[in-house]
Design a protein around this ligand. Structure first.
Ligand SMILES: [Zn+2]
Ligand SMILES: [Zn+2]
Length: 303
């Protein structure tokens, strides 16, 4: 089952040096989720062959323009395509009012319903789920209300080995019990451990999105053992003062978070145009957390 993260924009604040503003795709099974929607997102979706109509949930981390100004155009385009399916948007307070005023003043209307869910400002909260995946939000440290997101797979029922069904001539009730974890007792009273009746379970995968944020160890418990963390790495360490002032992170700080959370991989993104070379950011991160990578437009990480 596919679980992947695709970068559509890696630039902070302004599109620069060939880099676009924040927008990212999470694909899980047949679901396509959009995280953030900076200016230019529609063209990036087309360029990287993401089917816009498959997006039914959009997660907006915060209301700074580089994360949200592309949303109004995308919503309008959906109407021009004749969309009818409901679109859910998860965002901090204020987005609903922004959408309403933009559409009112430009006399635009939507052909489909939108439901705007208000993100909680405290704690770790389940905000969305389907039968295979849960999405949680948690607060980040930024100049405005800002949320990180954790996408975590749900526990699946075990897959029973078909050879065992044949061998023991299992009935429906026995199969159901074994799938939910019971051992099997044969007609002769021999106990066959559950682990011999089912295939080993695939480990559950998780992905965390932490952008924009200052260095924040408080969120580490939510990110424990993540397969992939995407983290704000706006500056290199020579710009530490700027990072602290604007509540962004350096790539070293991002690496420290990934290390503390025992993550498998770290993807650095949201780069300031002040960075002359992204290689410096990468090396600074790698000195702390070796499995660090740079976000770049179109890059897809499969979990
Ligand atoms: Zn930003
Ligand atoms: Zn911001």
């Amino acid at each position: 089952m596919e679980f992947s993260f695709t970068v559509l924009g890696s630039s902070a604040a302004i599109p620069a040096l060939g880099r676009n503003l924040s927008a990212h795709i999470v694909q899980h099974d047949s679901n396509v989720f959009l995280i953030d929607c900076g200016d230019g997102t529609q063209l990036q979706l087309d360029k990287h062959k993401i089917k816009k109509q498959k997006i039914n949930q959009i997660f907006i981390s915060h209301l700074h323009g580089d994360h949200v100004y592309g949303l109004f155009g995308l919503l309008t385009s959906y109407s021009l395509f004749g969309r009818v399916n409901e679109l859910e948007i998860f965002a901090p307070a204020g987005l609903k009012e922004m959408i309403d005023i933009v559409f009112e003043k430009s006399f635009a209307f939507l052909t489909y319903p939108i439901k705007v869910h208000l993100l909680p400002t405290e704690g770790f909260n389940l905000i969305f789920e389907n039968n295979k995946l849960s999405v949680f939000s948690f607060p980040l440290k930024h100049r405005v209300a800002c949320n990180g997101f954790l996408f975590r797979e749900k526990e699946k029922p075990a897959n029973i080995n078909p050879d065992k069904i044949k061998k023991y001539n299992l009935d429906y009730e026995s199969i159901k019990a074994i799938k939910s974890g019971s051992d099997y007792i044969t007609a002769d009273g021999i106990c066959i451990p559950n682990s011999e009746m089912v295939f080993p379970k695939q480990p559950l995968r998780s992905f965390a999105y932490c952008c924009d944020t200052a260095y924040n160890l408080e969120m580490v418990p939510y990110l424990e053992n993540c397969d992939l963390i995407f983290h704000d790495a706006t500056f290199d360490k020579s710009n530490q003062e700027n990072a602290t002032l604007t509540l962004h992170s350096t790539s070293e700080e991002a690496a420290q978070i990934a290390l503390s959370a025992n993550a498998k991989k770290l993807l650095l993104g949201h780069f300031s145009s002040r960075n002359k070379s992204l290689e410096v950011l990468l090396q600074e991160a790698k000195s702390i957390f070796d499995a660090s990578f740079l976000a770049e437009e179109g890059k897809k990480v499969v979990l």
